[in-house]
Ligand binder design. Structure first.
Ligand SMILES: Nc1ncnc2c1ncn2[C@@H]1O[C@H](COP(=O)(O)OP(=O)(O)OP(=O)(O)O)[C@@H](O)[C@H]1O
Length: 356
C-alpha cells in the first residue's frame, strides 16, 4: 500500500475504501439524488434540513450556513448540491486543502452571486488565515482584504453578497469552536443501515440499467460497510461479473460469488482487514499486542493498519484498542471460524486453530 505524507495512507485502490476514486467521480454525478425526497436515509438530518430550507424560502432569505459531519462517502457533497437545488441557487465547490492563502478564499468569496451555495469540503484542513477570514465572511458578509506589506499594509473592507456556506468535515470536533459556532445548522451523518443501502443499490441499478433482485441487493448491501459510495462501487463490480459470467442478472448467488472473487467477505472485510485479524488471532492468540508488532506481522506500515484497517474493525466490534494493545473480540474469532484459547492456556502460537 502506498503512503503519501500529506494525505496519509493511500486507500484508493481498495474496493471497500470510502474515498472516491477516479471511476467513482465519473459515475457519481449520474447517481446523485437531486432533491431531499430522493435522498435515502439520514432521516433526522433530512427532516431538520427540510425545515431550515423551507423556512428560508418562505422568508425569501438565503439559508443559514450548514455544517455536515460524517465519514467519506455518506453523501455530504450530494446533500450540499441538494441544498442549492432546493434553494434554486447555484453552487461553487471547493475544499479546505485547496485554500492555501486567505487571498484564495477572498477571490472565491468576492465572486459569489447573491444566495449562492459555497461547498467547502474538508473544511478542517483550511489554513489558519483563511479560517479567520471566513469567520467575518460568515457572520457579517464582509472580508478585509489586506493590501501591501509590513507597517504600510492597509485593510480594505469588501462587502459580500449573502451566501450559504456548506462546510463538510469528517469530524465536527476537529473544528475550532469559533468556526463551529458560526453555523446555523449542524447535521451529523451516520453510517447507513443495510435496508437503506438496499434502497440505494436498487435506485442505482435502475439508473445504470442493471437487473438485480431483492436478495442480490441485500447481499451487496451487507458488504458495503454502511457507505453508499462503497455500495455503488460494489454494484458496478458485481454487474461486470454478472455480464461476463452470468446472464447479466444479479442474484444473491451472483453477488456472493462476484464479491468473493474481489475478496470482499460477507461483512465487508477485504484482504487487509482479514490479514490484520488473522495475525492478531493466529500469531498473538487474540492479543493484547502492540500496533507496531501487529503491523510488522502483516507486512504493512503502522499507519496503514491504524488508519485504514482498524477503524472499520473497531466499528464492527471485531477489534478493541486497549491501553495494553490490540485485542480481538469474541466476534472476531467467530468471523474467521477460529476457536479462542481457553483461559490460562499458554499463548504459544498454537492458539486459534481452525474448527474442523
Ligand atoms: N442518501 C443517499 N442516497 C442515495 N445515494 C447516495 C446517498 N448518499 C450518497 N449517495 C451516493 O454515494 C456517492 C457518494 O456520495 P458523496 O460524494 O455525496 O459523499 P461525500 O460524503 O461527500 O464523500 P466525500 O467526503 O468523500 O466527499 C454518490 O454517488 C451518491 O450518489
Amino acid at each position: 500500500m502506498n503512503w503519501d505524507e500529506t494525505t496519509g495512507p493511500d486507500t484508493e485502490e481498495r474496493l471497500v475504501g470510502s474515498a472516491a476514486d477516479g471511476e467513482d467521480q465519473a459515475v457519481e454525478a449520474a447517481l446523485r439524488p437531486k432533491d431531499l425526497e430522493e435522498f435515502i436515509g439520514q432521516e433526522r438530518v433530512r427532516e431538520q434540513l427540510d425545515l431550515v430550507l423551507r423556512a428560508a424560502r418562505a422568508r425569501g432569505a438565503t439559508a443559514d450556513h450548514v455544517l455536515l459531519s460524517g465519514a467519506p462517502g455518506l453523501g455530504k457533497t450530494t446533500l450540499s448540491m441538494i441544498i442549492a437545488a432546493e434553494m434554486g441557487a447555484p453552487i461553487r465547490i471547493t475544499s479546505g486543502p485547496a485554500i492555501q492563502h486567505a487571498g484564495d478564499l477572498a477571490a472565491i468569496l468576492s465572486s459569489l452571486q447573491e444566495g449562492e451555495v459555497l461547498f467547502l469540503d474538508e473544511i478542517h484542513r483550511m489554513s489558519r488565515p483563511a479560517e479567520e477570514m471566513l469567520y467575518m465572511a460568515m457572520e457579517d458578509f464582509r472580508v478585509d482584504v489586506i493590501v501591501g506589506k509590513g507597517p504600510g499594509a492597509t485593510a480594505i473592507p469588501l462587502e459580500l453578497p449573502p451566501f450559504t456556506l456548506v462546510g463538510a468535515t469528517t469530524r465536527a470536533g476537529l473544528l475550532p469552536p469559533p468556526l463551529r459556532d458560526r453555523f446555523g445548522f449542524t447535521g451529523h451523518m451516520d453510517f447507513y443501515e443495510p435496508a437503506e443501502l438496499e434502497r440505494v443499490i436498487h435506485r442505482s441499478a435502475r439508473l445504470l440499467d442493471v437487473e438485480i433482485d431483492i436478495e442480490g441487493a441485500a447481499e451487496i448491501a451487507g458488504r458495503s460497510r454502511g457507505t453508499p459510495r462503497i455500495a455503488n462501487r460494489l454494484l458496478r463490480r458485481v454487474r461486470d461479473y454478472a455480464q461476463v459470467k452470468a446472464d447479466g442478472h444479479i442474484t444473491r448467488e451472483v453477488a456472493g460469488t462476484a464479491l468473493a472473487v474481489y475478496e470482499v467477505d460477507a461483512r465487508g472485510l477485504d484482504r487487509l482487514d482479514r490479514a490484520v485479524l488473522q495475525a492478531l488471532l493466529k500469531l498473538f492468540g487474540g492479543g493484547p499486542v502492540g500496533l507496531s508488532t501487529l503491523a510488522v506481522a502483516v507486512g504493512e506500515e503502522r499507519e496503514t493498519v491504524e488508519e485504514v484497517a482498524e477503524p472499520f474493525l473497531v466499528r464492527e466490534g471485531l477489534l478493541a484498542r486497549t491501553p495494553r494493545g490490540r485485542v480481538a473480540t469474541p466476534a472476531a474469532w467467530a468471523h474467521l471460524g477460529l476457536v479462542p484459547p481457553r483461559h490460562g492456556e499458554a499463548n504459544n502460537g498454537q492458539a486459534g486453530l481452525f474448527r474442523s
